[in-house]
Design a protein around this ligand. Structure first.
Ligand SMILES: [Zn+2]
Length: 499
């Protein structure tokens, strides 16, 4: 019966050819397919389902799904910087760089200051169309994924001037990422900035609201610069550093919102004090309330950034828990918007090397052993990593480490890894894309990652590539697009209009 119901649901799915007024992009950093499968079981068991595997994450209910190929120009396996350039700016780039074409080598200040190497992101395209823009993340707001939306940098770790100096370069010549967010475009026009990373904005000589010192050596307090900039522009800014300050904000009478809730990244959901620090679903809700005031619509980027960091630590439980929070944030966005005018795209930047393996019985917690090896008589875990700090040394007699007495349900347990590395690596396998709303049908098949922002721009009529508005203006039916006579890389709406 369930299968027939699902089939009927698919038969009732029709392509949506509306223009997207709003676009919300959800980026699960490191949200690999095994992470999704394991999170279903984690969540299903928490929800008291009979087994767990039958659980759906909210975005799995979306009507269209595709795969994204994540490699970068110089590396087979992506990092979060080159991939952010792909899914936000629409071109593949070199590892470690953001907002720059592949002509710019990593750490080259000269190449980064050469405007011909700059590529613009969907934040700029949306602002040029009169839309509001916002970014929400659980990491520092200067981290690589959100940074790909507003920075042009040859090094993802140049988050403040101290990082630039440490690489032997002059911060006067080589603008850091926090500075670009506050002082340059499109950063200074982003209405909503929510996440962590206060230290990148505050001088080293200062102590912030929670007693942490800043990292900046230039003596500039970029949070007050941000505030003053908005006032000088006749706008009403609001800065928050804790949940109370965020929730007491008068949304109607605020034009620009900056919330930095930690000196560094936000805490893991499993470690946080929910009365003090807002959750990803709560941040998403406030961001949408702020942005939906613009009747021209908005582009919002929401990152579940710590799925990735938990994997790097081989702390699988935290990665799954962060994924649960991420899918809850997607649900909030879906409930606050309409499929008729809002495109929601959920994807990841790259994979990780966690596997979901063995032949565990239905309904087993994923934080258990899968079975006993028929070679050495020792158990292996359901979740394990190809590399990372969870590596377990063999015992003195040479036999494999015995995990049977480990407490794998501890939230900080490091799951076993085959090769010892200080930080587990990303994976090179494709990642999923889930979409609903106008032109969600474009996010199907196997896509190169950098096609994603072009498809979002098409749906919302942004940028100077093909758009749904152009197709409408020419009274083209979707099937007529088959006959657009030029190769896409030669195509521009202006050229076509005068042809
Ligand atoms: Zn990572």
């Amino acid at each position: 019966m369930k299968a027939q119901e699902k089939l009927l649901e698919h038969l009732k799915t029709f392509p949506n050819y509306n223009v997207a007024k709003n676009v919300i992009m959800f980026l699960g950093d490191g949200l690999s397919i095994p992470t999704i499968s394991a999170t279903r079981i984690y969540l299903g068991k928490k929800n008291g389902l009979q087994y767990g595997e039958e659980q759906e994450l909210f975005f799995e209910t979306f009507p269209y799904t595709g795969l994204s190929k994540t490699y970068c120009v110089d590396t087979q396996v992506a990092d979060s910087a080159c991939s952010a350039t792909a899914y936000l700016c629409g071109v593949k780039a070199n590892r470690g760089t953001m907002g720059l074409s592949a002509s710019a080598p990593r750490k080259s200040c000269e190449a980064m200051n050469n405007a011909s190497n700059h590529v613009e992101s969907i934040f700029t395209w949306a602002q040029e169309a009169g839309k509001s823009t916002g970014l929400v993340t659980t990491t520092r707001v200067t981290h690589a994924s959100p940074g790909g939306g507003y920075a042009h940098t040859a090094e993802r770790y140049w988050e403040c001037d101290e990082n630039v100096l440490r690489d032997g370069l002059d911060p006067e010549l080589c603008s850091d990422i926090a500075e670009q967010l506050v002082l340059a475009r499109p950063g200074r026009d982003i209405q909503v900035i929510l996440g962590g990373g206060r230290k990148m904005f505050r001088p080293v000589t200062s102590v912030d609201e929670e007693g942490d010192s800043g990292s900046r050596l230039d003596g500039v307090d970029l949070i007050s610069r941000w505030h003053t900039d908005k006032l000088l522009r006749g706008a009403r800014p609001h800065y928050a550093w804790n949940k109370e300050g965020l929730l007491k904000m008068d949304i109607e009478n605020t034009d620009f919102l900056m919330g930095l809730f930690e000196s560094d990244h936000l805490l893991y959901n499993l470690d946080t004090d929910a009365t003090k620090e807002p959750s990803l679903p709560e941040l998403t809700e406030v961001a949408i309330k702020m942005l939906q005031k613009n009747n021209k619509g908005y582009f919002l980027f929401v990152e579940g950034g710590r799925i990735d960091q938990a994997h790097h630590e081989t702390r699988a439980q935290k990665a799954l828990d962060e994924t649960e929070q991420f899918q809850a944030a997607v649900r909030v966005a879906a409930q606050m918007t309409s499929e008729q005018d809002t495109l929601i795209v959920v994807t990841a930047d790259h994979s990780h090397v966690m596997t979901h393996n063995g032949y565990p019985r239905r309904g087993r917690s994923v934080f258990e052993t899968a079975g006993v090896s028929n070679r050495d008589g020792l158990p292996h875990s359901i979740l394990s990593y190809a590399n990372g700090p969870g590596y377990k040394r063999p015992t003195s007699n040479g036999s494999r480490y015995d995990i049977s007495t480990d407490n794998m349900r501890d939230k900080d347990y490091r799951f076993p890894a085959l090769a010892p590395l200080g930080s587990e690596t990303h994976g090179g396998d494709d990642v999923p894309v889930f979409a609903r709303g106008p032109w969600a049908q474009l996010f199907t098949g196997v896509l190169e990652q950098h096609v994603i922002p072009h498809a979002m721009a098409f749906a919302a009529c942004l940028g100077d590539g093909l758009t749904a508005c152009w197709a409408r203006r020419h009274a083209l039916r979707p099937e007529d697009l088959l006959h657009v006579p030029v190769a896409p890389w030669q195509w521009s709406p202006r050229a076509w209009a005068t042809a």
